[in-house]
Structures are given as C-alpha cells and as structure tokens.
Design a binder for this molecule. Structure first.
Ligand code: DC
Length: 231
C-alpha cells in the first residue's frame, strides 16, 4: 500500500555531505534522489563546451539564449543504483565533477534565467512527493512546503579533507590549497548572490556531521523522517 511519501529538502554549503546523505536517505526510503547541483554543473559544462565561458568569464547573453538547447535528464546507473546526469543525450556525470566545471559553476548559478529553468525542472521532478533533493535553495525556493528540511553543516577542515580525498580517488590531480580556495570561493558566491542565495530557513533542522560517520548521519535523518511519517 502506498504510504504518505513526503518531500525532503537538503541544503548546505559545498562538500558537507549533502548528496551522500540525500542518496542514502532516498535508497532507504525508496524515494527518488535528485542532486540539483549536478544540473547547475551540467549547464556549466554545456557553456564551457560551447564557448559561452572563456577564461572563466561567462557570456551571460549567449548562455541565456542557448538555454532552450539544453536538455537535462537523470538516468539510473544500474551498477551503483544512483541517478546520473544526461546532458543532451550523453552521460556527463564524470565531466561535471572536474575542477574545470567546479571553478566556474557558482558564477553560472548566479544567473536568474538559469535558475528559473532549473527550478522549473526540479519542481516537475518533485511534483509527486517521494523525493529527496539536495542543493542550496531547495528548502527556501524549490520546495518551500517540503515536509522535512535539513540544513547540513560540517567544519571547514573536514569539508576540505573530504573533497580533496574524493578528487584523488577519482584520479583528479589537485592540492589541499586548491580545494580550500575553491570551496571558500563557492561558499562566498553561493551565499551572497542576489538570486536565491544559500540560506538556512527557519523551519530547517540543522545537522552537523563533523563528528558523525555516514551510518550515524543516515540514522539521525531516518529518525526525523519516521517522527514525521508516524505522527
Ligand atoms: O552541490 P554542488 O557542489 O554540486 O553544486 C554546484 C554549484 O551549483 C554550487 O557552487 C552552487 C550551485 N547550486 C545552486 O546554486 N543551487 C542548487 N540548488 C544547487 C547547486
């Protein structure tokens, strides 16, 4: 029997474990998981590949004109059971995680028209409930009526360490200093931009995972979901 499937919004700064939690939560609940950051990254990749970004400068006018040519879908990877982003028919999951994209994605995410397009798509994906979406504006803009809003935090050192190791695992060459600079720059742009900046909404529950492992973090979140569903 179908139970009451809720909408779960997960927000927070870069590299604080939002996507990991969202993915595991969705798997445990048999919900859909959407990494909204992947959508901003895919638009950025498209912009890079079509020369709408040159030497870190975004040609906003050209990118806005090209937005209708960008088709984004998610497809489940049968091996990892995780949705991967498909940009105009091609799997872009690997390419969107590279420093080339990370360096400029926050700038692209400040563009109002980009946000409008992606928020529209995100709301469509979540129209039936039963979704866990992570990002920066999910609880504030995309799903302001989400039944559960989590705001994830972790100490800066831990965030830098996690992202650095993740990039190394993927064979991407970088240094801790580069990772630190990129995170600081993205945090700044994401939380000070004019269009739907990252904020902690009043009704969000803060989850600091600096001292939690993945299992403990998931258990806490699942407890919050159960408290809501079994009222
Ligand atoms: O979660 P992430 O690091 O993959 O996100 C990449 C960038 O996209 C991030 O710097 C901010 C932006 N973003 C956003 O503005 N709104 C979202 N809902 C998700 C991501």
């Amino acid at each position: 029997m179908e139970t009451n499937k809720i909408t779960i919004a997960i927000d927070g700064y870069s590299s604080c474990g939002k996507s990991t939690l969202a993915k595991e939560l969705a798997r445990s609940l048999d919900y859909v998981f959407i990494d909204s950051g992947a959508m901003y990254r895919a638009v950025t990749l498209y912009a890079l590949n079509t020369n709408c970004i040159i030497k870190g400068e975004v040609d906003e006018k050209s990118l806005i004109e090209a937005l209708n040519d960008i088709d984004l879908q998610f497809e489940l990877n049968p091996r990892t059971k995780t949705p991967e982003i498909i940009l105009n028919g091609l799997n872009a999951e690997g390419q969107i995680r590279t420093p080339r994209v990370a360096e400029v994605v926050s700038k692209v995410a400040t563009i109002k028209e980009v946000r409008e397009k992606l928020v529209f798509e995100q709301r469509k994906m979540g129209s039936q409930g039963g979704i866990v979406m992570d990002g920066r504006d999910i609880g504030s803009v995309v799903f302001p009526n989400a039944e559960l809003k989590l705001f994830i935090t972790a100490s800066n050192e831990i965030r830098i360490d996690r992202r650095y190791k993740e990039l190394l695992r993927k064979g991407i060459e970088t240094t801790r200093e580069e990772v630190k600079n990129n995170l600081e720059q993205r945090d700044f742009i994401d939380s000070t931009r004019e269009e739907s900046p990252l904020i902690q909404t009043e009704d969000a529950i803060v989850l600091d995972n600096s001292e939690l492992n993945r299992e403990e973090q998931l258990a806490k979140a699942l407890q919050l979901v159960n408290d809501l569903i079994n009222v």
